[in-house]
Ligand binder design. Structure first.
Ligand code: ES4
Ligand code: ZN
Length: 319
């Protein structure tokens, strides 16, 4: 579906398609514990977030050089462009790479090679959002933020991802305060597998402007009312929710009810190589399966630009 849209919830490491994973493995002399792309694809039957994360971190072993990160981002941007994406705010997970002995510079410089040429090559403007792994310590997150000092001109904001339950937003109060002092925008995953209270905490303690997923707000009517009143954007990922068993089937997805409630929803792809579809595929799926009207789809596309960091960021820079 080629409706012009912004993608606001996309983990660049989650765009690693099996074919590219094997190509990079061969290039870097890394042995993957799968015979071929078909055997690898068979491992994509997830029972929850953690079972996905295990494979997601395992496959990152093939990413070693700046060129690898540039190739990864270019492959994503080409696919996204074909599906109508005009602006992408891209998450990356520096701690997962630093833990494997890479430098933050390798990751950021590599991604930047692709992002720097993206408007020319793909017609997509981009921003980078550095995520902290919430199942790592708050100290590790702070160290990562410090290590990012030389790259802050390329990093628009910070996010929080990985295993949610048992790692509430409160754990990262200090690092989000430091990020705010540095002028970084703030988002966080909340209410994907974790309870609605984590959404409230992300807003009140971390000061996030946008909530990634936020699906479980629907369990708390007072929270829904607040999110509507404050026009807090939610970056929903319908195909991800199905693959990670957050919803039983796509037909059960609460997106229509969320739109009816007046929530500012956006539709995104999360980890498209793993979850069966890029941004346009997610739009097409909710159109087909949830019966969203063309008007609703246009609302979702409009929301994606309104909820993006495009406008304010440029205004802020001009000041
Ligand atoms: C993620 Cl779907 C999802 N949830 C939390 N953390 C993640 N990292 C990559 N994909
Ligand atoms: Zn995500």
């Amino acid at each position: 579906m080629s409706l012009p849209k912004a993608e606001l919830h996309l983990h660049i490491e989650g765009t690693l398609e099996p074919e590219l994973a094997f190509e990079l493995a061969a290039r870097n002399g890394v042995t993957l514990p799968y015979a071929d792309t078909e055997a690898l694809r068979e491992a994509y039957a997830f029972k929850d977030l953690q079972s996905f994360l295990n494979l997601y971190y395992e496959l990152m072993a093939v990413l070693r050089t700046e060129q690898d990160f540039a190739d990864l981002a270019n492959a994503y941007l080409a696919r996204a462009a074909a599906q109508g994406v005009r602006h992408a705010e891209i998450f990356f997970d520096p701690q997962a790479h630093i833990a494997r002995g890479l430098s933050l510079g390798t990751v950021v410089e590599g991604l930047w090679q692709a992002l720097g040429d993206s408007e020319r090559d793909h017609g997509i403007s981009t921003k980078l959002i550095m995520c902290f792994l919430r199942d790592e310590s708050a100290d590790s997150a702070l160290e990562t933020l410090q290590a990012a000092t030389p790259y802050l001109d390329r990093i628009t904001g910070v996010g929080l991802d990985s295993a949610e339950v048992g790692h509430p937003p409160l754990k990262f109060r200090e690092v989000y305060e430091a990020a705010a002092r540095l002028g970084l925008r703030r988002v966080a995953h909340a209410g994907e597998e974790g309870p609605p209270e984590y959404i409230t905490e992300a807003l009140d303690v971390l000061g996030v402007e946008r909530v990634d997923h936020g699906l479980r707000c629907m369990e708390d009517p007072a929270l829904v009312e607040r999110l509507v009143r404050e026009r807090i954007p939610l970056t929903l990922c319908p195909l991800s929710n199905v693959r990670l068993r957050t919803v039983d089937t796509l037909a059960d997805h609460p997106l229509p009810a969320m739109l009816d409630a007046g929530l500012m929803c956006t539709v995104n792809s999360d980890d498209p190589a793993y979850f069966g579809g890029y941004a346009g595929d997610n739009f097409a799926a909710v159109h087909r399966t949830l019966g969203l009207t063309e008007d609703r789809l246009r609302e979702l596309a409009r929301n994606s630009f309104l909820a993006s960091f495009l406008q304010d960021d440029e205004e802020r820079r001009a000041r």
